[in-house]
Design a protein around this ligand. Structure first.
Ligand SMILES: [Zn+2]
Length: 184
């Protein structure tokens, strides 16, 4: 009876400890964001036809499905504040994907973002792996920096780890928390 009680107490204590550990705010922010505080509709021009057009759209949708106040809307022409998503072929560089933000990732407000996926590497990827890369770049577009403390989130800097090992190709809770922090 006594040892049974002890075991019960131990289990209860452990369970409580797990529940009481506060949510770790692990995400990192670049410092800037898009101007609308509550809802940021990001008009996203995706060049069509493009070898990665579908993956860009799936990646956009994965962020929209994450129910943050930010929302990507695909547009058919360039307008106002917008994101431009393209495919390039750059054999001389080491990057798979790149996001550039005007005036800078660290300043408020963002005016324009340019997302590039490098076909030199990406053309060998599965569609899901390309989507993982595009969704990561869109995390930067929203204002998220790299997250080094967990390899199981979209914003971990190494695709071969967060996707290759852990199969992450959509925004995870920590990524979502970061965007909610920025736009809620
Ligand atoms: Zn990155």
């Amino acid at each position: 009876m006594r040892s049974y009680l002890k075991l019960t107490l131990f289990v209860v204590t452990l369970t409580l400890a797990l529940i009481l550990i506060p949510q770790v705010f692990a995400y990192h922010l670049l410092g800037g964001r898009w101007p609308d505080q509550k809802v940021s509709y990001l008009k996203n021009y995706v060049y069509s036809p493009s070898p990665v057009e579908a993956e860009y759209i799936y990646a956009m949708q994965s962020w929209n499905d994450a129910s943050t106040p930010a929302y990507f809307v695909r547009v058919m022409y360039w307008q106002g504040l917008y994101v431009n998503s393209v495919a390039v072929y750059e054999p001389e560089v080491a990057w798979l994907g790149m996001t550039s933000i005007v005036p800078s990732p660290y300043e408020y407000p963002y005016e324009y973002a340019d997302v590039k996926l490098n076909l030199y590497y990406v053309s060998d990827f599965s569609s899901e792996k390309t989507q993982a890369l595009a969704a990561h770049e869109y995390g930067h577009v929203l204002g998220l920096a790299h997250e080094l403390s967990s390899p199981r989130v979209l914003m971990y800097p190494y695709l071969n780890v967060f996707y290759g090992i852990y199969g992450v190709y959509t925004p995870q809770q920590d990524d979502i928390n970061g965007v909610n922090d920025l736009y809620s």
